[in-house]
Design a protein around this ligand. Structure first.
Ligand SMILES: *Cc1c(COP(=O)(O)O)cnc(C)c1O
Length: 447
């Protein structure tokens, strides 16, 4: 490990690295209310990250929702070491290998065989683009070339490349690049915070589904697919909704011959209480996107799982009818091996059941927050807990983030929504640490 201090790495990073989704000037002026600290990390272990000056931070958001079983996990490390000595990479066009075959088989089994084919890329946005292209191309291959439009939900987030931005409805990401994008049609979100007096979350879901129905009745013949984040719209601010919406959307998509794409990039892999979030609605999608947690937070990997029906429509002598998409690192063996090691931990340790207990601990650690006057809509779905903060302070989110760091916690609000999305190895004591860091940071940020 390097002997340099935080200050050295800060200066060098600011001079040479362009950080993602960041106004770089906010890293520089440490006296300003918009200041965003840049934290140099020397190493990680379990749920903790350590800087170069000996400070530590509990990773309350799994390093942007990717890390499921902690940093430097011994089992994933061992699998990767072995893979490194065997095969680090081979192109997937014309070649195949053990990790990619085994991973595809196991993912298909996890969908009870309904999504029998796995297509590979490296990041979530690419998975979105692949799913959209597959849907569009399927309809052309089956003689329905007029089906070229897509539907997404209000507040949806499916990635930030130009194709993925078309189905992303988060203003900060979308507005700047609108002229580059062929925007999809935005349908009302089933966000249960929109309940009117006397309405249940299922009622809100039915109201949103009714709007989808009337749109499909008018325009269904031109629509290729509806893309949704099942149960929780993450980047919108952990917007949660009733599974009834997915059941109704599935029926409507079937009736109007529209694909249902489930983007499980954030909510898949045990995050919401079942291995895939859509299982809680008792439905299956036609296409599913996975990334983030699937490799345990180790390596960039994304996957689009497709039904046999879609896959079969591409089989033909003609190359033009094939699915025309590739990335240099498609199906990288190291990334696939990290995913297999991740799935092994799920099976060996019965993680979905373990998470149920941890989710209950998170609920009790956060329950006292309901007493704060400014805390609204305290909500939880499995290993995602969130609440909104009623404040007119435009700098709340940064103030809270800085205060949480001083309480040894990485908790980065989305606007005025504070959320926890910890790694699944988080201990009961660490859950209490996160709860205390939140109440401490809240008290300081609301001054
Ligand atoms: C993060 C995310 C993406 C994009 O993944 P990247 O790897 O960041 O491109 C897409 N959809 C959802 C639901 C996500 O949370």
């Amino acid at each position: 490990m390097s002997q340099s201090s935080n200050a050295d790495w800060l200066a060098r990073s600011q001079a040479a690295v362009w950080h993602p989704c960041t106004q770089m000037q906010h890293h520089a002026d440490s006296g300003s209310p918009t200041h965003l600290p840049l934290v140099p990390i020397s190493h990680g272990k379990g749920a903790w990250l350590y800087d170069f000056d000996g400070k530590r931070y509990l990773d309350g958001i799994s390093s942007w929702w990717t890390n499921l079983f902690g940093h430097a996990n011994p089992r994933i490390n061992a699998a990767l070491r072995e893979q490194l000595e065997t095969l680090e990479h081979v192109m997937l066009a014309g070649f195949t290998h053990q990790p990619v075959v085994e991973l595809s088989e196991r993912l298909s089994a996890l969908t009870a065989g309904t999504l029998g084919h796995a297509f590979y890329a490296s990041d979530g946005a690419s998975a979105t683009e692949i799913a959209l292209k597959m849907s569009f191309h399927y309809w052309r291959n089956v003689g329905r070339p007029e089906k070229t439009r897509f539907l997404c939900l209000q507040g949806s987030y499916h990635g930030e490349t130009a194709g993925a931005l078309a189905v992303t409805d988060v203003a900060i990401f979308k507005d700047a690049y609108a002229p580059l994008v062929r925007a999809a049609t935005v349908m009302p979100s089933p966000d249960f915070r929109q309940a009117e007096a006397g309405e249940s979350p299922a009622d809100v879901a039915r109201r949103a589904a009714a709007a989808l129905e009337s749109h499909l009745e008018r325009h269904g013949q031109h629509i290729a697919a509806l893309i949704v984040e099942p149960l929780v719209q993450g980047a919108a601010g952990m917007v949660m909704y009733d599974p009834e919406y997915l059941r109704l959307a599935r029926q409507l998509c079937d009736r109007h011959e529209v694909h249902l794409i489930c983007d499980e990039i954030a909510v898949g892999c045990g995050r919401t209480g079942s291995f895939f979030a859509h299982e809680q609605a008792g439905i299956r999608p036609d296409l599913m996107c996975l990334s983030k947690g699937i490799s345990g937070g180790y390596l960039p990997l994304s996957i689009v799982l497709s039904s046999d029906r879609i896959y079969n429509a591409f089989l033909d002598d003609s190359v033009a009818r094939a699915f025309l998409h590739s990335h240099s690192y498609t199906g990288n063996p190291l990334a696939c091996r990290a995913a297999l090691a991740t799935l092994d931990i799920f099976a060996e340790d019965d993680i979905v059941a373990v998470n149920r207990q941890k989710a209950a601990k998170i609920a009790s650690a956060l329950a006292p927050l309901a007493g704060y006057r400014q805390v609204k809509h305290l909500r939880q779905r499995g290993m995602i807990a969130a609440f909104d903060v009623a404040t007119s302070d435009p700098h709340f989110s940064r103030k809270f983030y800085r205060a949480a760091l001083s309480h040894e916690a990485l908790i980065r609000p989305i606007g005025n929504t504070v959320y926890l999305m910890p790694p699944y190895i988080v201990s009961d004591e660490e859950i209490l640490h996160l709860g205390n860091a939140i109440s401490g940071a809240l008290a300081e940020a609301l001054i």
